[in-house]
Ligand binder design. Structure first.
Ligand SMILES: Nc1ccn([C@@H]2O[C@H](COP(=O)(O)O)[C@@H](O)[C@H]2O)c(=O)n1
Ligand SMILES: O=P(O)(O)OC[C@H](O)CO
Length: 327
């Protein structure tokens, strides 16, 4: 089964490569709770979901790597346990017999500052806490991992220019005293919340260079970010503040075929005006005990948990993504 940009569902054709995916593990050694809107969250069980994912990835001998889309530990984790909790989850990922890539989410930053977090997550930190990077898992392909909290009111020191820029940005767009509240904001403006962030100017220039280089090298690109980049694949509140500017850069080139994200726990999928697939993955945290995203049995609530076979059919099997014939 082909799709708009040549991705297929793994039932035919020649696989280019496959990789394990999981997002929003948000582990904490605390009792079950719920989101602000009342959706149940299973903080301890998410570790089991991860363990099963790793087992399933290892059983599938053909995965090139695994990637977690951020929020490794929940913000409710007692702060004196943050370091050990992050280490515990990273160790679990390390049981995967292959490279593992991480990115930062808001909950990571509620727990630890960037200088502590980045080395633990093995995010290359070459330049003052930046958390964007790229890698090539197979010839002709490049993965670009964006830092959606580059401009953010969380994670940088309180007096850091990026914190101040983010607070100014929020003040100008969100009149609520609780900057996590979207009350009164209309439509896409509902994304101007403190638990989101933006890609800054320097990162934007870096992205432009990487995409120009990939185009020259005739490489195809998958863009990964904790925060979703397309309103068609996500509700309004979790979007990257400047998703539109990032997409303008991406749309200048023809090399990006897929954008993957987490953060919007329900998940979603869209194909944008340029034929790029956007897939937001469902949160491991909200998988109820007794069920498993990665059991492949599909005996669980398909609305919340099972990675459904989408129109673009990116998953093969659940918990992995296989790319084929990206043209
Ligand atoms: N509709 C909403 C959603 C969230 N908030 C605020 O954000 C905080 C985090 O939300 P979670 O979904 O992670 O629980 C929450 O504590 C609220 O302050 C909101 O105001 N309105
Ligand atoms: O990052 P969280 O877990 O606070 O949740 C983000 C929400 O799902 C966005 O609507």
């Amino acid at each position: 089964m082909g799709s708009a940009n040549g991705l297929t569902n793994g039932r035919g054709g020649h696989p280019l490569f496959a990789f394990g995916v999981i997002t929003d593990v948000q582990y904490a050694d605390i009792p079950n709770g719920h989101s602000f809107l009342g959706v149940p969250r299973f903080y301890r069980h998410s570790m089991l979901v991860l363990q099963r994912a790793v087992k399933s990835w290892n059983n599938n001998k053909n995965l090139n790597f695994a990637i977690h889309f951020g929020d490794i530990v929940d913000g409710k984790c007692p702060k004196d346990q943050s370091l050990n909790a992050v280490k515990k989850v990273v160790d679990e990922f390390e049981n995967f017999k292959g490279p593992v890539y991480h990115m930062i989410g808001n909950h990571c930053l509620y727990n630890l500052p960037r200088d502590k977090l980045l080395p633990l997550l093995k995010i290359p930190n070459l330049d003052g806490g930046r958390a964007y990077y790229e890698f090539s898992p197979a010839p002709g392909y490049r993965f670009v991992v964006l830092d959606g909290y580059d401009i953010s009111a969380i994670g940088w020191p309180h007096d850091h220019p990026k914190t101040l820029e983010a607070l100014k940005f929020l003040r100008e767009r969100n009149p609520n005293s609780d900057k996590n509240s979207p009350n009164g904001l209309e439509g896409l403006d509902r994304r101007f919340l403190m638990f989101n962030g933006a890609v800054g100017e320097e990162q934007m220039e870096w992205l432009d260079c990487v995409l120009r280089d990939a185009t020259n090298m005739k490489q195809k690109v998958v863009v990964c970010c904790h925060l979703p980049l397309d309103p068609g694949a996500s509700s309004q509140e979790p979007l990257l503040w400047n998703y539109d500017e990032v997409m303008d850069v991406i749309h200048r080139y023809d090399c990006v075929k897929v954008c993957l994200a987490g953060h919007d726990h329900e998940g979603g999928h869209s194909i944008d005006s340029h034929g790029i697939h956007h897939r937001v993955l469902e949160a491991a945290l909200e998988c109820p005990p007794g069920h498993d995203i990665y059991d492949g049995g599909h005996s669980i609530d398909p609305h919340r948990i099972h990675h459904p076979v989408l129109e673009a059919a990116l998953e093969y099997p659940p918990g992995t993504i296989m790319l084929e014939q990206m043209e």
